[in-house]
Design a protein around this ligand. Structure first.
Ligand code: DX5
Ligand code: ZN
Length: 221
C-alpha cells in the first residue's frame, strides 16, 4: 500500500523559536517540513524566503524541506531555494509564465518538483507534465493563511488526481494542504492523498507526538 507522510507547516509554528519547533516536530514523528513562501503579491500575506530555509539547514535540520512557493514570478526564487537546501519545490501553474521551464529548473537543480492546484483551478495543467513531476499538491483552502477550514470539494479533486497519477504509472506523491486535521485525515487519505500538510492542527497542540500519533492511527484505520 501507499506510505503516508506527514508534513507540518511551519507557518503555524512559534516563529521566534523556529529551529527548536522544527526539531521538536521531527522528533515527534513528522516526515517532511512544509515551508510556505508567500510574497504579498500572488497571495495577500508575507512569510519567509531562502535565508530562513538555509538557517534551518545550518541549524542541523536534515529532514526534507518541502518548499511551497506562493509567489509570482516563480523562476527567480528557484535557484536560491535549491542552494538553501530545499528537497522539493512546488509552485502554482498560473503563477509561472513557462511551467515546463520552471519544473525543469527545479529538477535540474536536484530537487523534487511539483504543481499546486488552488481550490478552483482545474487539473488540466497536469496533462502534459505527468512524466516530469514528483508531486501534485491539492490546496484544500485558498492559499495565504493557516487555520482555515477544509473545502470539501477538494476530496473530488483528490480522487481525480489519484486516478490521473495511477493511470500515468509515474512515481508521484499526492499532497494535500489546508485544514487537514486528525478528524478528517482518514477521509482525505481515502480520497487518494498520501502526503498531508498540517499547520494549526499540529502546532496549536501542546503534544506534537500525540497529535501525529493520532493522525497515523487514523491513517491506519
Ligand atoms: C496555506 C498554506 C498552508 C497552511 C496550512 O496557504 O499553504 O500550508 O499553512 O495550514 P493549516 O493546516 O492550518 O490549514
Ligand atoms: Zn502550503
Amino acid at each position: 500500500d501507499r506510505d503516508f507522510l506527514i508534513a507540518p507547516s511551519i507557518l503555524a509554528a512559534d516563529l521566534a523559536r523556529l529551529g527548536d519547533e522544527v526539531h521538536d516536530v521531527l522528533e515527534a514523528g513528522a516526515d517532511w517540513v512544509h515551508f510556505d513562501v508567500m510574497d504579498n503579491h500572488y497571495v495577500p500575506n508575507l512569510t519567509f524566503g531562502p535565508p530562513v530555509c538555509k538557517a534551518l539547514k545550518d541549524y542541523g535540520i536534515t529532514a526534507p524541506l518541502d518548499v511551497h512557493l506562493m509567489v509570482k514570478p516563480v523562476d527567480r526564487l528557484i535557484g536560491d531555494f535549491l542552494e538553501a537546501g530545499a528537497a522539493s519545490i512546488t509552485f502554482h501553474p498560473e503563477a509561472s509564465e513557462h511551467i515546463d521551464r520552471s519544473l525543469q529548473l527545479i529538477r535540474d537543480g536536484g530537487a523534487k518538483c511539483g504543481l499546486v492546484f488552488n481550490p478552483a483551478t482545474p487539473l488540466y495543467y497536469l496533462k502534459h507534465v505527468l512524466d516530469k513531476i514528483d508531486i501534485v499538491l491539492i490546496m484544500s483552502v485558498n492559499p495565504g493563511f493557516g487555520g482555515q477550514s477544509f473545502i470539501p470539494e477538494a476530496l473530488n479533486k483528490l480522487r481525480e488526481a489519484r486516478e490521473l497519477i495511477d493511470a500515468s504509472g509515474q512515481d508521484i506523491r499526492l499532497e494535500v494542504d489546508g485544514g487537514v486535521k486528525t478528524e478528517n485525515i482518514a477521509e482525505v487519505a481515502k480520497a487518494g492523498a498520501d502526503t498531508f500538510v498540517a499547520g494549526s492542527a499540529i502546532f496549536s497542540k501542546d503534544d506534537y507526538a500525540a497529535t501525529i500519533a493520532d493522525m497515523r492511527r487514523e491513517l491506519d484505520r
